[in-house]
Write a protein that binds this ligand. Sequence first.
Ligand code: HCB
Length: 217
Amino acid sequence: MSDKNGILQKLSASVIEGNIEAARSAVAEALAEQLDPLEAIENGLAKGLREVGRRFEAGEMFLMQLILSGEAMKTGVELLKPELLRQKKHLATSGKFLIGTVEGDIHDIGKTIVAAMLTADGFDVVDLGVDIPDKVFVEKINEIKPQILGLSALMTTTRTKQRDVIDALKLAGTRNSVKVMVGGATVTPEWAQDIGADGYAEDAIDATKKAKRLLGG
Ligand code: HCB
């Protein structure tokens, strides 16, 4: 019999080891034991990835291992996503949310989790993907007319792109038509304020709360 903590540990370990098969089987166990899928992501898979980040930074892990850990995390999230969406009640659409990872940055896990949570909370989400040039954000805002734009950036070298997108929106005369929410590992509330964003979100749960608040909810 597996207890909840044991399953969360298996989820974390599968990501730390970069073992996709172990991630699949730990997720299967989590689903069978009816673990909250969000908890499985945040306290299981993502916890493992945070440890991977720490080890990578300390030079204890190499890029190849980082890639495998990212793949294990992505596999786990994809398998948990249907259950996450199933459990949430789809009420009236909360609003349109456009999201993407900025140019030069290919990190997509956090953004994908945020998109899944917002969808589960009733937002109509358009996910542009990763490495998105500023002008594409501007074009898509004109085309889709979202109430909120989410900009994800994981590196200090790419978070400056969040400011560039905001500047591009100002230049295009569309800045006032959309609220901008920023997030990502190196992004802070101070940074969000400095670049003139309307909001900052620490994680996916925070993103849904802040998105509703930005819409006046
Ligand atoms: Co990457 N990487 N990486 N990486 N990577 C980081 C981000 C470092 C911090 C690791 C380190 O050195 N400590 C570092 C950046 C350092 C810095 O700038 N300060 C780094 C680096 C340097 C690099 C490369 C340059 C390495 C190299 O090639 N030498 C390279 C960059 C390539 C590029 O983008 N051009 C690289 C590559 C990779 C991969 C491909 C191996 C892999 C990504 C796989 C993928 O996404 N498919 C990867 C990974 C996995 C990481 C770490 C370990 C985890 C990132 C992650 O997915 N976290 C990360 C270490 C870390 O973050 N501490 C490391 C889990 C998610 C759930 O958290 O923060 O992304 P999150 O998202 C949260 C939160 O921020 C918020 O909600 C999410 C959900 O809770 N949020 C938003 C995010 N976006 C939001 C948008 C909103 O509107 C609202 C909220």
